[in-house]
Design a protein around this ligand. Structure first.
Ligand code: G3I
Length: 350
């Protein structure tokens, strides 16, 4: 029976249902790990892999050069170990939420390439070696591509050119040879040019012997996402496994907004029509994920947030009420939650 009023900690478990196929996870913040909190109850019931939404980004881990702040990440690591929950490390190199000192040189000049790469290696080796054996997967590089194709002209790129990319993987691999190392990006499902750049970049890295373990597909989607294009682009990226069968895809930041990106609409109410579209989208998506999992391509699906109430999409790209996850406000699971759950047992017929 699908109880329409079930709360996330009483409802059937997504983690259990999909466990044989892929790990199901969520982005959390350390305040969600308090054992007394509803968030913690929801986590323990529904998920078996977690990512920190913000607290493990460079600006939080090393706000000043040489001054590392590990309390929150340590807490996260301890929670994972105590509860048998796998953990993802997000993220080592990004143009966002990175302190400016990385890029600053002497007397107001920009950092030199050597300076920047050395700071990057120090950050990566300090962080990754501290959590060696405790973090299953690292988003080593986040969002290094442009939507139009090609490499993003970030400060990293402007100072170090393409070299920071292989160097980041090498430093992470040296610090934890057993961790899976990913390159993670958004809009890979909607921009063919971006997906093509990802394919050629990873192909090049693999040919150079760089230890790339897989590609992270963020999948910040909307009700308007073209799922045929999504499948085509994901298949292109999955074909990289011909070069290295150990390569995996992970869905790293899943959510489905009810607004188009450039939509200026005021708060939308959750109408039956929206609900229907949402259910259809999630069903088709998870049907595709189970296909990918059954062929060994995908083994992790992580939602970006625990529930609609705390999703970043309530504040981005503007403030408006959003409903992007399977757990709604008040911790109630949605009809789409049950639709998705049903796929776990019925993929042959689906
Ligand atoms: O911590 C400060 C707080 O002190 C201050 O009072 C408050 C005022 O705005 O801001 C707080 O920082 C915010 C931070 O989240 C923590 O809540 C930042 O303004 C806000 O920009 C930041 O947003 C995060 C965003 O990354 C930053 O780019 C979102 O929570 C987080 O969900 C989002 O996550 C990213 C992934 O890392 C990469 N992929 C895209 C994804 C969504 O943007």
């Amino acid at each position: 029976m699908n109880d329409p009023n079930a709360l996330a900690w009483d409802a059937p478990s997504l983690a259990e249902a999909f466990g044989a196929r892929f790990r199901v996870g969520a982005a959390v913040n350390t305040w969600n790990l308090d054992p007394e909190s509803p968030a913690c109850a929801a986590i323990l019931r529904q998920f078996h892999i977690l990512t920190l939404e913000n607290e493990s980004k460079p600006i939080n881990l090393q706000p000043e050069e040489g001054h590392f702040v590990f309390e929150k990440f340590d807490r996260f690591a301890a929670f994972g170990q105590a509860n048998g929950i796998a953990l993802r490390g997000h993220t080592l190199v990004w143009h966002g939420q990175v302190p400016m000192w990385f890029f600053e040189g002497e007397n107001g000049a920009p950092a030199t390439k050597d300076q920047l790469l050395s700071r990057m290696r120090t950050h990566i080796s300090t962080v990754v070696s501290r959590y060696r054996g405790k973090i299953a997967t690292w988003d080593v590089l986040n969002e290094v591509l442009r939507d139009e194709g090609g490499l993003r002209e970030s400060r990293w790129y402007k100072i170090a050119g393409r070299d920071y990319i292989p160097e980041a993987f090498l430093a992470a691999h040296e610090a934890d040879p057993d961790a899976r190392l990913l390159i993670n990006d958004y809009n890979l499902e909607s921009s063919e040019a971006k997906a093509d750049t990802m394919v050629s970049l990873v192909e090049g890295l693999l040919r150079e012997g760089i230890p790339v373990g897989g590609v992270g597909l963020q999948m910040h989607l909307s009700l308007y996402t073209d799922l045929e294009l999504l499948k085509k682009n994901v298949r292109k990226i999955a074909a990289l496994r011909k070069l290295d069968s150990a390569l995996r895809l992970e869905v790293t930041e899943l959510d489905v907004s009810c607004y188009r990106f450039d939509d200026t609409a005021e708060d939308l109410d959750w109408t039956p029509a929206l609900e229907e579209a949402f259910r259809t989208k999630y069903t088709e998506l998870f049907r595709f994920y189970t296909e990918l999992a059954d062929e060994g391509t995908l083994d992790t699906v992580v939602f970006w947030g625990l529930s609609d109430a705390v999703s970043w999409l309530n504040g981005f790209p503007r403030r408006h009420k959003n409903y992007p996850l399977l757990i709604g406000r008040g911790w109630r699971v949605k009809p789409a939650f049950y639709d998705v759950l049903a796929l776990a047992g019925n993929t042959e017929e689906a």
